[in-house]
Design a protein around this ligand. Structure first.
Ligand SMILES: [Zn+2]
Length: 423
């Protein structure tokens, strides 16, 4: 359920209520009568207020841009509570408004409590979700470490079986996946965020882990064949000695992609890749040449795989924070010194991350990535450099984090989440 669907449903419900009111509502003479009727219509009975408020909170917590919608959810819940309750819970116009009936106070407290609980649970759910989604997507350093991890274990060993468990995972049909079987693995390398498993005399398996994909190594794979359609398992590769790995993908958005190709460059995403920022030939001059004539903002340029291979949402946030530059700064406006500073930040950030990730087992890499990030996925936490509160700007299916003091001269960047929510 997206924010747009949620707000759309709220809007439709309100329109329906309005239409019903015009057709069947009471004579709109006494405003108190009207309010009472509307309150009764919206909530049917005061016993429904608590579950309704909770449901609204959870619906919003499921929404993709949920952190952005949180304030909206509170507004909706609070407005419903405020509008509907007082007339509903008092049997008529209060004889003496300064005296509140006891059950009114009790119900009112229940509703406020429910709103707060709903909001808090939504906030917690969003926080967990945000970390899972933004912190864990493998980028250059993690894929580099994974390639090293797999190369160490696979090189020289022979593939016995490759089983695509999820239907959506295999993106090619020629050569068939089975063509890998019986060949020795000659090496595992990285192209941008792609893993490239090469075989001697056989095809390559090129894997893009996307947002929620991962590799799980087994020294001894289970003997029972995996059952399709159950759990996160997407593909299993077994070596002739019984070891092997599973490719898994959490969540419902199936983006994990496996290509069986003669050459890695046969994968369109690999063919499109720009230079690798950690390649020895990637000098300051090469970087400056890439930015020349670039009309976009830095955040977009850094993430564009056809400009630079391997940098995603997390490390572009980290690089811009290290370079003390706004994500929205136009690339064309960089002076020579700023270009040099950005280049330095890029190399240092990625080198450090690769250094941290190297040697970690596949299972530990995600946690390792999270602890190394200084601003990305850390909205509301203090900046480790200056102590200012890290802020975020969210988009349809992602968000960026930055430190106002370090990066934007103390000015918060415009975040149009609320206006989008109300669209
Ligand atoms: Zn800072």
């Amino acid at each position: 359920m997206t924010v747009r669907m949620f707000t759309g449903a709220c809007g439709l419900a309100l329109m329906g209520a309005g239409a019903w009111f015009l057709l069947y509502g009471p004579d709109a003479q006494d405003p108190w009568e009207v309010a009472k009727w509307l309150g009764g219509f919206l909530l049917v009975h005061d016993g429904l207020v608590v579950p309704l408020t909770l449901a609204a909170g959870f619906a919003v917590s499921r929404a993709r841009a949920a952190r952005g919608a949180l304030r909206g959810a509170f507004l909706v819940a609070a407005a419903l509570t405020a509008v509907a309750l007082p007339p509903l819970l008092r049997p008529g116009p209060p004889a003496n408004p300064s005296v509140l009936p006891l059950d009114y106070v009790r119900n009112w407290a229940l509703c406020v409590g429910a709103t707060v609980v709903a909001g808090l649970s939504a906030a917690l759910a969003c926080r967990a979700r945000g970390l899972r989604q933004t912190g864990a997507m493998p980028e250059l350093p993690e894929v580099e470490a994974l390639a090293g991890f797999l190369a160490e274990r696979l090189t020289g060993r022979t593939v016995e079986r490759v089983l695509p468990v999820a239907v959506s995972v295999l993106k090619t049909y020629d050569p068939p996946l089975g063509a890998v079987e019986g060949h020795r693995v000659s090496g595992v390398t990285r192209h941008g965020k792609f893993l490239d498993l090469a075989t001697e005399g056989g095809p390559h398996l090129v894997v893009h882990l996307a947002r929620a994909g991962w590799v799980r190594w087994h020294d001894r794979l289970p003997d029972t064949p995996p059952r399709p359609g159950k759990g996160p398992l997407a593909l299993r590769l077994r070596l002739t000695d019984g070891a092997g790995f599973d490719l898994t993908e959490a969540g419902t958005r199936k983006r994990l992609a496996v290509h069986c190709v003669r050459e890695a460059a046969d994968v369109p995403g690999v063919a499109r890749l720009g230079p690798d920022p950690l390649a020895p030939g990637f000098t300051l001059d090469a970087f400056a040449a890439l930015l020349r004539g670039e009309r976009r903002q830095l955040k977009g340029v850094l993430r564009d795989q056809s400009v630079l291979a391997g940098i995603g949402n997390a490390y572009s946030d980290e690089i811009l924070h290290a370079a003390r530059m706004s994500p929205f700064k136009p690339a064309a406006n960089l002076t020579e010194e700023e270009t040099a500073a950005l280049y330095e930040a890029l190399r240092t950030t990625l080198d450090d991350a690769v250094e941290r990730a190297r040697g970690h087992a596949a299972a530990d890499l995600k946690a390792e990535k999270k602890t190394g990030l200084r601003v990305h996925g850390r909205t509301g936490e203090p900046c480790p450099v200056c102590g200012d509160t890290i802020r975020e700007v969210s988009f349809a299916d992602s968000s960026l984090q930055y430190c106002p003091t370090c990066q934007t001269g103390g000015k918060p960047l415009a975040d149009r989440r609320l206006s989008r929510l109300l669209k």
